[in-house]
Design a protein around this ligand. Structure first.
Ligand code: F6R
Length: 622
């Protein structure tokens, strides 16, 4: 989720690049950099921290040149630092990148064996090395001089390099010998072109371009473009030319920042298929049933030495931990305790060297979770953090980190980070199960196959948004809600209630459905909306029983059910259908409609969805 900009024209590139980056800062901002080509050759300035740092550096060292690329970084590989900031340069080939190279370890190994050495911890630097090597090969094989310009040389080198790379990328590349062009490429990460007066611009998102043009070309998957001041050449990765005229966009700058969505929360809910796929990328092999988490300390020896797992987290991340408990206990037969971090730190927990502590945190900065991690480490536990923000305090202090690759989450209510946390926990459960011999490869393959289908299933649920919006509008004036679930759907009921209360300020309670008779059933009265998660797996029959009890007392039942479940259709007032994804991934599928339900209730009632009252995105105080 980094921001990319590029410019080829007649004006000084650096101020235009920085202005574009400023408009993309919402995509991530742990470091930034620009590369400009001019009379002084290739000049690169990079800085750790916010864009203002880069502006400060450029004020003391202005860059002259009319071609350039820029980047604002959201770290995925390597901590935030000047060294890891983009652009990365190798032998005059400078690259900015948004995405993940899945086979980065193998590629780095191969390149190292060929004599390359790397100056950063990033996967991106690999592109610079690969493209520079291919460029040298192409130039040599055509019998051309090293400094030959044009001829589609850079595009060909990029195309050849991309054949070796597995992963996602939006890429912009320039080459010291030829200031007249940039090459850009797209695979799964967005990148667009804009036509301005005497120039073409590049950006990972439309807002960066709006002050200069509204004539935009959107690159499609596996397309590449050579960009010059007066024209662009678009082609497929196979080198087949593509004709595409610019589209005129009439988005306001604010709409553009949210990619056409009304709120960041809505955008982030819709980003979940991509975020989940990125979290899985390079870590799971459906063919072999293997989960590759060697790099986060989960090897055979450690898996056997763990006697128990303790998860510490707050809020939504705590709910993720509760789902993770079910998955780990079921697949790896290890006892898991899930503690609110704010409680853990004060209750003299029983911890020893054979305990693995898993702190879960989107921000990686939550004060209670950090304090709980420190306490657990003081008592001798090993730690594996699940974190979204690279280089954050929890990521730095834990022994190992498994990053969720959700990208920056700006809406205060956590959505895509929750589903990527669940994805990460399921990967850990499968890995531990395999290492401990409690899960055979056939079972692991089946679970991983189900997991690999989750992005598609989530896409399908998002396609039913209009139905959810109608349900939301019909219950939006209700002052109370109840959410019920059993087994791994219980934490999803808690999460559904939390989402609703935090963004709509409506009182909502999440309960384990089996607890109904022990108190909450007294709340049920005519018309009370009761959301019941009754997907096909686990305790489905019992959930149906609870549904009947609610109906008998006049509650308005909104059921989340597995598609093609005809029984439930006649029992509930409204049914939200989710695909049958298998028991392990059911919680991921069940929570998406609840996110949308809360979102549309809040939006209809006109509350501040992205910045609800009294809340902050990162809770760095106790
Ligand atoms: C709710 C929400 C919060 C966070 C909690 C922990 O939507 O976002 O409940 O989950 O404050 O934050 P992190 O995950 O950053 O530690």
């Amino acid at each position: 989720m980094c921001g990319i900009v590029g410019y080829v024209g007649s004006r000084d590139a650096a101020p235009i690049l920085v202005d574009g980056l400023r408009r993309l800062e919402y995509r991530g901002y742990d470091s930034a950099g620009v590369a400009v080509l001019g009379d002084d050759g290739l000049q690169i300035v990079r800085c750790e921290g916010k864009l203002s740092g880069l502006e400060g550096c450029l004020a003391t060292k202005p860059l002259k040149g009319t071609t350039g690329i820029g980047h604002t970084r959201w770290a995925t590989h390597g901590r935030p630092s000047e060294q890891n900031a983009h652009p990365h340069n190798y032998q005059g080939v400078a690259v900015v990148h948004n995405g993940i190279i899945e086979n980065h370890l193998q590629l780095k190994q191969l390149l190292r064996a060929g004599g390359h050495s790397f100056s950063s911890e990033t996967d991106t630097e690999i592109f610079a090395h690969l493209i520079a090597s291919e460029l040298a090969d192409v130039t040599r094989s055509k019998g051309l001089e090293k400094n030959t310009t044009g001829n589609g040389l850079l595009a060909e080198a990029v195309r050849r390099a991309l054949r070796k790379v597995r992963g996602t990328y939006a890429l912009a590349v320039l080459r010291e010998e030829d200031p007249s062009e940039l090459v850009i490429a797209k695979n799964a990460s967005p990148i667009v072109l804009g036509r301005a007066e005497g120039a073409w611009l590049v950006a990972s998102d439309v807002p960066a371009l709006l002050p200069y043009t509204r004539d935009i070309i959107f690159l499609e998957e596996e397309e590449l473009a050579t960009v010059r001041a007066d024209h662009v050449e678009l082609e497929s990765f196979d080198g087949i030319p593509i004709e595409r005229a610019p589209t005129r966009v009439d988005w306001s700058p604010v709409m553009a920042e949210k990619n056409g969505h009304k709120h960041f929360m809505h955008k982030e809910i819709h980003e979940q298929p991509r975020a989940i796929a990125d979290t899985l990328r390079g870590r799971a092999s459906v063919e072999t049933g293997d989960v590759h988490l060697e790099d986060v300390g989960l090897d055979e020896q450690s898996a056997r030495s763990i006697s128990r797992i303790v998860v510490v987290a707050c809020g939504t991340s705590w709910h993720a931990g509760l789902v993770g408990k079910t998955a780990i206990e079921q697949l790896a037969r290890l006892p898991v305790e899930v503690d609110l971090a704010s409680e853990f730190r004060y209750r003299q927990p029983v911890i020893d060297e054979s305990t693995l502590v898993i702190p879960i945190s989107q921000s990686g900065e939550t004060a209670d979770t950090l304090a709980a991690l420190r306490e657990a480490r003081r008592l001798g536990a090993g730690s594996l953090a699940i974190v979204n923000v690279v280089g954050s305090a929890i990521a730095r202090e834990a022994d190992h980190v498994l990053y969720t690759h959700a990208g920056p989450e700006i809406g205060v209510a956590s959505t895509k980070c929750f589903t990527t946390q669940l994805t990460a926990l399921i990967l850990i459960a499968i890995r531990l199960g395999r290492l401990r011999g409690t899960l055979d490869s056939g079972q692991a393959r089946a679970h991983l196959e189900n997991l690999s289908k989750v992005p598609g299933h989530v896409e399908e649920i998002l396609g039913r948004e209009e139905d959810l919006r109608s349900i939301a509008v019909s219950v939006s004036s209700s002052p109370n809600f109840l959410f019920l679930g059993r087994g791994s759907s219980f934490p999803i009921a808690l999460e559904g209630a939390l989402k609703l209360k935090e963004i709509s300020y409506i009182h909502a309670e999440g309960y384990a459905a089996g607890e109904m008779k022990h108190g909450p059933i007294a709340l049920i009265e005519d018309g009370l909306p009761v959301v019941i998660i009754a997907t096909r797996h686990g305790t489905y029959e019992k959930a149906l029983g609870n549904l009947e009890e609610v109906r008998a007392r006049g509650g308005r039942v909104i059921a989340v059910a597995t598609s093609e479940d005809n029984d439930i259709g006649s029992l509930a007032d409204d049914v939200i259908w989710v695909p049958d994804g298998g028991s392990l991934v059911d919680p991921i599928l069940a929570v998406v409609p609840l996110q949308l339900l809360s979102y549309h209730v809040a939006d209809y009632n006109g509350t501040d969805v992205d910045q609800p009252r009294n809340l902050a995105k990162s809770v760095t105080v106790e």
